[in-house]
Every structure is written in C-alpha cells, then in structure tokens.
Design a protein around this ligand. Structure first.
Ligand code: PGA
Length: 226
C-alpha cells in the first residue's frame, strides 16, 4: 500500500525535522514494508537518508530561471527530491491551469520523477452526474502509461471536511480510473482512523493521500500501522 501525507502549509523546518525523525524511526522499528510518501512545505525540505520518500507539493517546470517565487529542478535536486504532487485541487483553486499542469507533468516525466497526479470533482459536478466526464477531462493529454505515475482521486467536497466520499462512490470512480490506466490509484479526502480500513479494502485502491489526519506524526504512524 501507499501511504502519502500532504502536510500542506503546515510545519516549519524545525517541526518537520522532528516529524521526519519520529516517522523514520517508526518505519524502521516496525519494519513497515509499505511505501510511505511525505510532502512537507518546500521550505521544510530536509537533507538526509530517510526510510520514506520526501516529495514536493509544488515546483515550477524549469531547472532555474526568472520565475519569481517558484522553485525549480535545481532546488529539488539539492534535497534529492524525485517525487512530486501535481493537480491538487487547492493549487488548481489558486489558478493552476490545465496547460500548466500538463507542463508540470511532462517536465516531471522527462526527469523521471514519481508523479502523484490529483483529480477530483466538486459537489455540483457530482450531483449533476458528470463526475466521470469531468475526471476524463482532467486526465486528457497526459501520459497515463507513464510508469512512475500514481493517480489520487480526491473529490473536492471531501477534502478537509472530516467527511470522506461514500465507499460506493469511491469504488465506482476507482474502477473507472482503472479502466483508463494501470497506474496505482489512491483515494484522498478526510481519510482518518475510522474510515481508512474500508477504503483500503476496495479492490482498486492502492493507497491513500492524507492531509489533516497526517499532520501529527503519531496519527500518521497509527494510520500506517492499521
Ligand atoms: P484531508 O486532505 O485528508 O485533510 O481531507 C487530503 C488532501 O488534501 O490531500
């Protein structure tokens, strides 16, 4: 299974260093064989050899250059980061266009990064019965055969609300995504101690992307341990 923690705009370098140390210790002591990914804020990246994969919540598709406020490949390289999150709804909301997402995807692919590509519909789209159509559009023009691609289904109405999508919907959408790609599939959106088992038991579910419930390292460890 894949357990991914998206820390969003939380944790400083100091608090994340503590998080990383505890998580690393937990993984080693418990001989966790699952794949653990952690996405801290860019400024909290750490140098070091961890038993989890450090990923970037954001980057700009460039090596370096005149892109004020962005970070490029050179900055990821300094921390050995080769895993990136693309298409999270919170970044789409900030204005990341489909063209930019495609440029990020292609750049990440070109550099052999693992890509966690997020898709998800809002409640209006779901209620209109247009989820599949919408998700197909979000995946349009992307190389769904890329071997280091992971797709995270994160319905927007379930992110940070404390209420995950219902199991039947998750199952149906993961099956739909599976019909389009053999990439690993994650579910994200209010995954917590109460619902993680049933979500992970779904046939097409290869793991979870966790926000709030992974903010404290002890909670994230509990979710991994099951
Ligand atoms: P959440 O966030 O677990 O707090 O809903 C998930 C995400 O945004 O990836």
């Amino acid at each position: 299974m894949i357990y991914a923690a998206n820390l969003k705009c939380n944790h400083t370098r100091t608090s994340f260093a503590n998080y990383a140390e505890i998580l690393d210790d937990f993984i080693l002591k418990n001989k966790i064989g699952d794949e653990i990914l952690v996405f801290p804020p860019n400024l909290a990246f750490l140098q070091g050899d961890f038993s989890f994969t450090l990923g970037a919540q954001n980057f700009y598709p460039c090596i370096n250059g005149a892109f004020t406020g962005e970070i490029g490949k050179e900055h990821l390289d300094e921390f050995g980061i080769k895993c990136v999150l693309i298409g999270h709804s919170e970044r789409r909301n900030l204005g990341e266009s489909k063209d930019l997402l495609k440029a990020k995807f292609d750049f990440a692919k070109q550099n052999d990064y693992k890509i966690i590509f997020c898709v998800g519909e809002n409640l209006d789209t779901k209620n209109a019965g247009k989820t599949k159509e919408f998700l197909a559009k979000q995946l349009e023009n992307l190389d769904l055969k890329y071997k280091k691609l992971v797709i995270a289904y994160e319905p927007i109405y379930s992110i940070g609300t404390g209420v995950s999508a219902n199991l039947k919907d998750i199952k149906e959408i993961l099956a739909f995504l599976r019909s389009k790609t053999s990439a690993k599939l994650l579910y994200g959106g209010s995954v917590n101690e109460k619902n993680i088992k049933e979500i992970l038991s779904l046939n097409e579910c290869d793991g979870v992307l966790i926000g709030s419930a992974a903010l404290k390292v002890e909670n994230f460890a509990k979710l991994i341990k099951g």
